[in-house]
Unconditional design. Structure first.
Length: 235
């Protein structure tokens, strides 16, 4: 279809394009009312008893401690291994999640080959409600502490010799992830382009269907007319 024919079709079926634009505007307005989500990435590190983060050998890089931490994360995940993404620094809400929990270990590898070098559990929580994120955060932190203590108790390790989980204080903050004005403008422009494309396609399809229908009706009328004339002549 030539550009001139396309423009004629769009002008002839302007109401289809207008309907698509109105739908796109309604969706854009609805999305713009969304205040975003609340999220947190809480880090819990595991160290030898009586060790500190400044100590050279505090257990954070110990392979046996890392394996122990991975087992805890798997239990928190109901027996499933920790999920991995292409970039460990990518936020959980960046994957489009609006309500979910992700319990992982810091991965220095890739999603196909995970490399864990730190005895640390990262708890990522996403939810539209601040209170829900806060409650889930407290619940999971308590669960990590409980599982760590229970596993070591089951192994018969004395309390004074057990690996200690420590919540990193700066990671407990709950942040709000929402779109800024620039993102809203870009989203609105993208939605407008998408609505024009969809409306244009729908207008062309409708025009073809209507023209095809008129052609069939005209052919049927032209076929019936001679037969009627022949019958009249016979009578």
């Amino acid at each position: 279809m030539a550009f001139r024919d396309l423009m004629r079709t769009l002008l002839r079926r302007w109401y289809v394009v207008l309907a698509a634009l109105l739908c796109g505007a309604a969706l854009t307005f609805s999305f713009a009312q969304d205040r975003g989500v609340f999220t947190t990435r809480t880090a819990i590190t595991f160290m030898y008893p009586n060790a500190s983060a400044l100590d050279r050998y505090n257990g954070i890089g110990d392979s046996s401690v890392i394996s122990f931490v991975a087992a805890i994360a798997q239990e928190i995940n109901d027996g499933a291994p920790p999920k991995t993404y292409a970039a460990d620094s990518a936020p959980y809400w960046g994957a489009g999640v609006r309500d979910g929990v992700l319990v992982t270990l810091p991965n220095e590898g890739t999603q196909w080959l995970a490399i864990y070098r730190h005895a640390q559990i990262d708890i990522q929580i996403v939810d539209p409600s601040y209170a829900q994120v806060e409650a889930t955060q407290e619940k999971l932190i308590d669960e990590v502490f409980r599982v760590a203590d229970q596993r070591q108790a089951d192994a018969g390790i004395p309390k004074q010799a057990r690996i200690v989980p420590i919540v990193e204080p700066l990671t407990t903050h709950i942040l709000q992830a929402s779109s800024n004005r620039t993102a809203l403008v870009l989203a609105g422009g993208g939605m407008a382009i998408a609505a024009l494309l969809v409306g244009g396609w729908a207008a062309v399809m409708l025009d073809r269907l209507l023209r095809h229908h008129r052609t069939r009706v005209r052919h049927a009328t032209e076929t019936v007319a001679p037969e009627a004339t022949m019958k009249e002549a016979t009578v």
